[in-house]
Design a protein around this ligand. Structure first.
Ligand code: G6P
Length: 367
C-alpha cells in the first residue's frame, strides 16, 4: 500500500497532487485545432444541437460538479440547465423528454441511485450522456454516450481529482455545445479552451501553498462548526468545500449563498466562528465583500479565498489566500485545491482516518 501512495502519507494527498495531470489527460486528447472534439468518444454533435434543455443528475461530489457546471453553462447556452440529486430525481416525475440531454455524472459509474436515474431518463426518451471515470462500469455501459474522465483510480473515499476532471469534462461539453449551437464563434471557443488550460498551472501554484493551508487549520479543528459562503460560481464551489470538510474532519460545515446569510445562518455567527469566504467572481465581488464585513462585525474568523489582483481592504479577513489571476469562469480549479487541502489538514490535525472516514463508502451501490 505504501508503494501505491507514492511517498505521500495518504491517498487523498496523493490524489490532490495528481489533479494537474488528470486534467491534462482528460482535456488534451480531445483538443483538436484548439476546439473540444468528441469524435473519438463517438459523441455526435446532433445531441448537443437538438436539445432544448439539459438535466444533470448525480450524487455527492459529482452533483456538486454539476452545480458548478450549471452556473457556467446555462448563461452560455441560454437554455435551461437543471441539476438534480439522483435519489430525488428517480422518485419524481422529472420534466424530461426526447428534447432533453440528460448528463449523468459518476466517478465509479456504479452508484445505485444514479444508475436508476439514468434508466428513468432513458424511459422518458432522453438522450443520455454520462461523464464517468471507471471504464466499463454499469452507468458507462448503459448510457447512450460516455465521456470518460481520465483521473485514474481514486482510492480515498473523499473525492478530489474526480471532481476536477468532471468539471473539465463538463466545461468542454459546454464549450462544444456553445460552438455547435453558434453561441460561440470558433475564436471564442478556442479562447475558452485556452483559458481552461490556464487553470492547470494555477492548480500547481496552489499545491505549492500547502504549508499555508496546513498552518491555518489550527483555527478550524477546535471548532464544532464552519461556514462557507460565496455567490454564483463561488457558491457552487462552497458546497463542495463544506462537504469535503464534513466528510473527513467531522466538523459540521454549511455552505451558504452569501446573500442568503441574513435570512438565517447569520444568527449562528458569533465570536471566532470560522467562515471560509470565496470571492473570485468579479460580477459579485463587492457584494460578497459586504457579506464578509457583516460576519466579521459579528466576530467571525474569516478565511478569504480570492484572486491575486482583487482589491481587498485591510481588515476584511483574518487570513487571505490568493489564487492566480485567471479567467473568472475557471477559478474552481485552484479553489478546489485549497478547499481540499483545508479538509485534508483538518482531518490530519484531528488525527482522523483521512482515507477511510467513518460511515462512508467510496461507492454507494445499495439503497
Ligand atoms: C459516495 C462517495 C462520494 C461520491 C458519491 C457519488 O458518497 O463517498 O465521494 O461523490 O458517492 O459517487 P459516484 O461514484 O457516483 O461519483
Amino acid at each position: 500500500e505504501s508503494a501505491m501512495k507514492n511517498g505521500f502519507p495518504h491517498f487523498m494527498l496523493k490524489e490532490i497532487h495528481e489533479q494537474p495531470d488528470a486534467l491534462k489527460n482528460t482535456i488534451l486528447p480531445r483538443l483538436v485545432k484548439g476546439l473540444p472534439d468528441f469524435t473519438d468518444d463517438q459523441i455526435p454533435d446532433h445531441i448537443f444541437k437538438d436539445c432544448s434543455q439539459i438535466h444533470i443528475v448525480a450524487c455527492g461530489t459529482a452533483m456538486h460538479a454539476g452545480m458548478a457546471a450549471r452556473a457556467l453553462i446555462e448563461p452560455l447556452l441560454r437554455i435551461p440547465v437543471t441539476v438534480s440529486i439522483a435519489s430525488e430525481f428517480r422518485y419524481e416525475e422529472p420534466l424530461v423528454d426526447n428534447k432533453t440531454l440528460v448528463v449523468i455524472i459518476s466517478q465509479s459509474g456504479e452508484t445505485i441511485d444514479t444508475l436508476a436515474a439514468l434508466r428513468l431518463a432513458k424511459q422518458y426518451g432522453a438522450n443520455t450522456l454520462s461523464v464517468v471515470n471507471v471504464k466499463g462500469s454499469t452507468i458507462a455501459r448503459e448510457s447512450d454516450y460516455v465521456l470518460y474522465t481520465h483521473a485514474g483510480p481514486e482510492i480515498a473515499v473523499a473525492s478530489t481529482k474526480a471532481y476536477s476532471v468532471q468539471l473539465a469534462a463538463l466545461y468542454m461539453i459546454g464549450c462544444r455545445m456553445a460552438y455547435v449551437r453558434e453561441c460561440y464563434s470558433k475564436e471564442e471557443a478556442t479562447e475558452f479552451m485556452k483559458e481552461l488550460l490556464d487553470a492547470i498551472p494555477a492548480m500547481e501554484a496552489m499545491l505549492e501553498k500547502k504549508e499555508v493551508v496546513k498552518d491555518l487549520v489550527s483555527h478550524l479543528i477546535q471548532k464544532p462548526d464552519a461556514f462557507f459562503i460565496g455567490r454564483g460560481l463561488d457558491y457552487a464551489f462552497s458546497l463542495e468545500g463544506a462537504l469535503k470538510l464534513k466528510e473527513i474532519s467531522y466538523i459540521h460545515a454549511e455552505a451558504y449563498a452569501a446573500g442568503e446569510l441574513k435570512h438565517g445562518t447569520i444568527a449562528l455567527i458569533t465570536d471566532q466562528v470560522p467562515v471560509i469566504a470565496i470571492a473570485t467572481q468579479e460580477k459579485v465581488f463587492s457584494k460578497t465583500i459586504s457579506n464578509i464585513r457583516e460576519v466579521k462585525a459579528r466576530g467571525a474568523f474569516v478565511i478569504l479565498l480570492t484572486k491575486e489582483n482583487a482589491q481587498v481592504e485591510r481588515g476584511v479577513s483574518d487570513i487571505q489566500i490568493n489564487i492566480p489571476d485567471i479567467n473568472d469562469r475557471f477559478t474552481v480549479f485552484p479553489i478546489a485545491v485549497i478547499l481540499q487541502l483545508i479538509a485534508y489538514y483538518a482531518s490530519v490535525g484531528k488525527n482522523l482516518d483521512v482515507d477511510q472516514p467513518r460511515n462512508l463508502a467510496k461507492s454507494v451501490t445499495v439503497e
